[in-house]
Design a protein around this ligand. Structure first.
Ligand code: HEC
Ligand code: HEC
Length: 191
């Protein structure tokens, strides 16, 4: 193959790949119609925001719910009917979207946010959750996520080490008021 035709072939392959990815995203949007009934920014169903979460993370959660390892009765039945192709395109759709901030009606006082900020730094949450807690390739973003969802998950995860690495090096549980402060702080950040 001449250099020129090699380049042309590469361009064609790249274009085909890009169209494929776009097709997946719009198929995903259609398949996600059920999901956005609950997973939307107005937070009327207390469901976490999925926009902009890493696809690898989403796929892992789908598998955890379906297998029952992660408890979420609504989620188990919502996902059970989807094929693995459906799940892939739904994950691609949500992860392709820009992250949004959940609407929180609660007004957080500055003191609580500061306490949460100090706590998060002391416990090195950003080691895995990335700079400004915006997530990494397969660790979810915490910034801008629904506050009550975060508080609930932190309580749950620190008791269940199969779902999350230990939250503190001493193995001590984070007390509830501090969990609330952490959640308030993460929810207040720009996603
Ligand atoms: C009836 C409302 C409802 C519907 C419909 C729904 N969900 Fe959920 N979803 C929830 C709730 C509530 C939670 C929080 C459950 C928990 O505590 O684990 C959740 C959690 C999740 C999570 C975990 C997010 C995270 O940050 O770890 C994912 C992923 C998810 N849902 C995906 C979906 C997908 C994909 C669909 C559509 C096929 C869907 N959901 C449909 C209510 C819903
Ligand atoms: C050693 C790495 C690591 C550290 C440190 C860490 N996390 Fe995580 N965290 C993870 C991983 C990995 C997941 C996703 C778990 C999964 O794939 O199911 C996660 C998930 C979460 C979730 C669930 C988010 C969602 O959308 O459902 C919350 C909340 C959370 N972490 C809070 C914290 C807090 C608070 C700290 C600091 C006290 C912390 N994490 C420190 C690795 C870490």
């Amino acid at each position: 193959m001449s250099k020129k035709s090699l380049i042309l072939a590469l361009v064609a392959a790249l274009a085909a790949h890009a169209t494929g990815a776009l097709a997946d995203v719009s198929a995903g949007e259609k398949k996600a119609e059920l999901c956005v009934n609950c997973h939307r920014v107005d937070n009327s169903h207390s469901a976490p925001l999925l926009d902009g979460l890493p696809a690898a993370y989403l796929l892992k959660q789908f598998a955890l719910y379906i297998s029952g390892k992660r408890f979420g009765p609504a989620m188990q039945s919502n996902l059970a009917a989807a094929s693995s192709e459906d799940l892939q395109s739904i994950a691609d759709y949500f992860s392709s979207r820009p992250p949004l901030r959940a609407v929180t009606k609660m007004t957080a006082d500055q003191q609580t946010q500061d306490a949460g900020s100090t706590m998060a730094r002391t416990l090195d949450c950003s080691d895995c959750h990335g700079a400004d807690y915006r997530g990494t390739k397969d660790v979810p973003r915490l910034a801008g996520q629904l506050r009550n969802y975060l508080a609930f998950q932190i309580s749950k995860m620190q008791r269940d080490h199969t779902l999350h690495p230990p939250m503190s090096s001493t193995g001590q549980l984070i007390p509830q008021p501090e969990i609330e402060a952490l959640a308030t702080y993460f929810a207040s950040l720009e996603p």
